[in-house]
Design a protein around this ligand. Structure first.
Ligand code: ADP
Length: 368
């Protein structure tokens, strides 16, 4: 009987519970044993109670819960080989044949590294007499499948990451609340949303709420951004608008790589010699991550979880490690490392202000 384990890792995102539920139940449905690794890679390294066999009932009610019920963590030990060695030993001792990991690009990079090192980790475990040849014999290849859980929608190669639409819905809801009070007092609000290298949340929230102006890392503002913003807001006010909403992503920058902060925008909007608007800053912070998943993320987590188990069962030692994507509304398998490398490359290019190249690697359109 195959033993398939599922784990959530890195930053939590709504929809991860749907993934866990789907993997556990699909694995059982396919005649396998299902396991959960609690607390991300920390669970693999520490083993013991953190690796648990799951029954069909154990994941009951998971779909409507936010966060990740099996826990997640940033695990320093897994960055180092000795940590991964202990993780490999715990996998073999628990008889785990395959691992399905739902996390961001960091977690998926760790997974690929683990898979890559697997034969040498087993060798070392035998050489140091922690395990014997007979114990490792059935586990010569590590079967890994990735699922992308992230609110930022920042992974190359998939149209949506699990959790992004829930975070977007939450942001829109919050902006609606703010708008009511903004318009009552005729105020301006600068709303900061998450996204260091990826402005998807800010951009889509801007579109979905009809914001006056947005700032995202992928579209650095020209030198005249101050005048441009003030002019547009003045025009909107001139049309009788009683509220002003500016949405800024955490990673917003100007053309020279200088950070644009909510405080800078507030000072500008409130400037007595200019717009002189009564301006407040709202940093949405972790409300963007919390709460239950919207229907789309429940659906995405479920369909991708099912596909991940199928991928595990169909994999051969020659199969390239894959992750499950959604592309043009189809759930598909794609090479894991190509997507992770592209994602990391995009982040580097954005930091280096090479936007044209960065955007050519990214799927989301950020045209004007
Ligand atoms: P995310 O998965 O959300 O991008 P992190 O980058 O923090 O979050 O990664 C989550 C965990 O994955 C880390 O705490 C670490 O245990 C593991 N990890 C990340 N990158 C690597 C790596 N290059 N090598 C080994 N493990 C890694």
């Amino acid at each position: 009987k195959k033993k398939i384990a599922v784990m959530t890792s890195g930053g939590d995102s709504p929809g991860m519970n749907g993934v866990v539920r789907a993997v556990v139940r699909m694995a059982i449905h396919m005649g396998c044993d299902a396991f959960c690794v609690y607390e991300g890679y920390e669970g693999l390294v520490r083993g013991g109670d953190l690796i648990k066999k799951m029954s069909w009932e154990d994941v009951r009610g998971y779909l409507s819960e936010g966060g990740t019920l099996i826990g997640t963590a940033r695990c320093m030990a897994f960055y180092e080989r000795p940590g991964r060695l202990t993780a490999a030993k715990n996998m073999v001792l628990n008889g785990i044949d395959a691992l399905i990991i739902c996390g961001g690009d960091g977690s998926l990079t760790g997974a690929d590294r683990f898979r890559d090192e697997w034969p040498s980790l087993l060798e070392e475990l035998v050489a140091t007499k922690q395990l014997d040849e007979k114990q490792i014999a059935p586990y010569k290849h590590l079967n890994i499948v990735g699922l992308v859980g992230s609110i930022d929608n920042d992974l190359s190669g998939t149209d949506a990451t699990i959790g992004a639409y829930s975070a977007l819905a939450r942001i829109c809801e919050m902006v609606d609340y703010i708008e009511a009070t903004a318009s009552s007092h005729s105020r301006a609000f600068v709303i900061e949303v998450m996204g260091r290298h990826c402005g998807w949340l800010a951009l889509m929230a801007g579109v979905a709420t009809g914001a006056d102006f947005i700032f995202i890392p992928e579209k650095p503002r020209e030198d005249n951004w101050r005048e441009e913003m003030c002019e547009i807001i003045k025009k909107h006010r001139g049309w009788g608008k009683r509220k002003t909403i500016v949405i800024i992503a955490e990673g917003a920058k100007d053309r020279h790589g200088g950070k644009i902060t909510p405080e800078m925008l507030k000072d500008l909007l409130a400037d007595k010699s200019g717009l002189a608007l009564d301006t407040r800053i709202t940093t949405l912070g972790h409300v963007q991550r919390g709460g239950t998943a919207v229907a789309y993320d429940r659906m995405l987590g479920t369909l991708q979880g099912v596909e991940a188990v199928k991928a595990v069962l169909e994999a051969t030692p020659e199969t390239e490690t894959c992750f499950i994507a959604i592309t043009e509304n189809k759930i598909v398998r794609k090479p894991l490392m190509t997507a992770v490398k592209e994602t990391q490359e995009v982040a580097k290019l954005i930091d280096a202000q090479d936007f044209a190249k960065a955007m050519s690697l990214r799927d989301t359109e950020f045209s004007d």
